[in-house]
Design a protein around this ligand. Structure first.
Ligand code: HEM
Length: 532
């Protein structure tokens, strides 16, 4: 019986041990697996939570929520879901913001991750397969071309060497306006400011003036203007084929066909420019640095990997970039500034008082005066706040996954930094719709800087790796044209229009011009001989 009891007890023990062992064998691995799954899910959830954003449609995502003025649509979305918003454009992940702290995080703290560019169809066709500076993805090629820009084209020394040409063009500008004013004509400011920017840029880049007395020939000038306008339009387009590949099969508006046509015409134009420059060099027309325009400089540089010369495609892409980046940006900014000044007569008076006290009535404004014209500098800063040349900078793209404010941002996310929305963000600016240059004056009277400050409240030239390398030239072109026009003339709207009636609505594009060209009446205010 005892042995029976013993064997019963030992059987029970054995069973218990068995249970315990099975429990341990099953529970512990399951526990660990469960733990791993839970922590994986938890971590994944924590790091894959996208920033908040509006509801999305299947396939289209948020594309249908963008209208004619996408910068305004996205600013509204930021007000509702911001400061950092995730949107989906067809198959493309995108974020947008109009908040200074988020912008600082993207362009400063995480510049390494966000300094690339998306490969759009327009960039592929119109920027030599993204083989330029402005639209190229981050990488050794972009780095090399950007270095060429900084070390050979846009150096302080080289820009100074073109100061005489800029003064010439500023004089052409006032002379043209003066001649029209003498005939009682209304001035088309878009036209004269466009010619001023274009001439400055083409003289510096190509050694040619396309508008005015020494014009390179009406046919070539017309061709040049036509191509550049087409190019800007196509580059600014939000082309659905970039977001919905199926759209490319249909291409109902023939956009890609137009891109290919413009690509060919642009290339022919640049090929001709290169040929003319090569001939001039062969004929001994370039003797010293003073004779060299940008094309000459590029033709004289060694190529990659020990090659004697830079590739033609690289030269064409760089020249194309400079034309696109430099002309429209400064012309559009000047037209906006003039529109706001004429719309606010007290601003015109105050700017003229400053010009009269610093320059006086017996000479024209020179570049050396520009640093002393603090109120004028405030006008330009205020213009950039309300009407930044590019409403989204040039879109950036992330090169690897990251997080911002704890939100997950996938690799290859497109980034729309809404500078238009930043300048009208009511959390950082008062009376956002009022043009008020005084807001930028500094309490201690020191010089007002036009590019961004440490507070990231305006960002006309961006910051970080992709910041505009032409900012000093851009600022000079804008200040010089404005200073000359405000010093030399009194301005008023065309007859029948009150200053407050001047229309300040915009159209969207790579740059953001006034919807309608600005017309105004100019009355000379200096002695006649100064205009000649
Ligand atoms: C008022 C005049 C100008 C304004 C407002 C302006 C503004 C800008 C802006 C906002 C960007 C994009 C930055 C980004 O994506 O983060 C840019 C890029 C660029 N700008 Fe300007 N710009 C002006 C004049 C110029 C001039 C005169 C040149 C050269 C002659 C120039 C050359 C470039 C180039 C090459 C880039 C591309 C940089 C890169 O992607 O690495 N810009 N500019």
């Amino acid at each position: 019986m005892y042995s029976n009891k013993l064997s019963q007890t030992s059987i029970m023990h054995m069973l218990m041990l068995n249970y315990a062992l099975s429990f341990l064998c099953i529970f512990f691995p399951s526990f660990f697996i469960l733990k791993i799954i839970v922590s994986w899910v938890y971590v994944k959830e924590e790091t894959t939570t996208l920033p908040p954003g509006p509801p999305k449609w299947p396939i289209f995502g948020n594309l249908l929520q963008l209208g004619q003025l996408p910068h305004r649509d996205l600013a509204k979305i930021c007000d509702k879901y911001g400061p950092l918003v995730y949107i989906r454009l067809g198959r493309v992940d995108a974020i947008t913001t109009n908040d200074p702290d988020i912008i600082r995080e993207i362009l400063r703290q995480q510049d390494d991750i966000f300094a690339s560019r998306p490969r759009t169809l327009a960039a592929e066709h119109l920027a030599y397969g993204c083989g330029d500076v402005a639209l190229a993805a981050l990488g050794p090629k972009w780095k090399r071309l950007r270095r060429i820009c900084m070390e050979h084209l846009l150096t302080t020394k080289r820009l100074e060497s073109f100061a005489g040409q800029r003064a010439d063009e500023a004089q052409h500008l006032v002379k043209d306006v003066w001649a029209m004013a003498q005939k009682g004509k209304v001035i088309n400011l878009r036209e004269v400011l466009g010619a001023f920017s274009m001439n400055n840029v083409t003289r510096m880049l190509l050694g040619k003036q396309y508008f005015g007395a020494e014009s390179a020939g009406p046919q070539e000038a017309l061709e040049f203007m036509h191509i550049t306008h087409e190019l800007f339009w196509l580059l600014g387009l939000i082309y659905l084929g970039d977001y919905l590949p199926i759209w490319r099969w249909v291409d109902p508006y023939g956009c890609e066909k137009r891109m290919r046509e413009v690509e060919k015409r642009v290339d022919d134009f640049h090929a001709k420019i290169l040929e003319q420059h090569r001939k001039r060099r062969e004929n001994g027309g370039v003797n010293d640095e003073g004779d060299m325009d940008f094309v000459d400089v590029l033709l004289s540089l060694p190529g990659e990997d020990g090659k004697g010369h830079m590739d033609d495609v690289e030269i064409k892409a760089l020249i194309q970039d400079m034309i696109a980046a430099a002309t429209d940006t400064s012309a559009v900014t000047n037209e906006w500034a003039m529109a706001e000044v004429i719309k606010h007569p007290y601003v015109l008076k105050r700017a003229q008082q400053e010009l009269d006290s610093i320059v006086g009535p017996s000479r024209m404004v020179q570049e050396s005066d520009l640093v002393h014209l603090n109120y004028l500098r405030c006008i330009v800063r205020e213009t950039f706040r309300m009407h930044p040349a590019g409403p989204f900078l040039i879109p950036h793209e992330s090169t690897r996954p990251t997080t911002i404010n704890g939100y997950y941002i996938p690799e290859r996310t497109r980034v729309f930094i809404n500078t238009h929305g930043l300048g009208r963000n009511t959390k950082i600016w008062d009376n956002v719709e009022v043009f008020k240059p005084e807001r930028h004056l500094l309490a201690d009277g020191s010089r007002v800087e036009i590019s961004h400050g440490a507070d990231f409240k305006i960002l006309p030239f961006s910051t970080g790796k992709r910041k505009c390398p032409g900012a000093p030239l851009g600022v000079t072109l804008v200040l010089l044209a404005l200073a000359r026009l405000l010093h030399s003339f009194d301005w008023s709207p065309p007859e029948g229009l009150r200053p407050q009636d001047i229309d300040t609505s915009e159209v969207y594009g790579m740059t953001m011009p006034k919807a309608k060209p600005l017309f105004a009446i100019a009355k000379p205010r200096l002695a006649a001989h100064l205009y000649d």
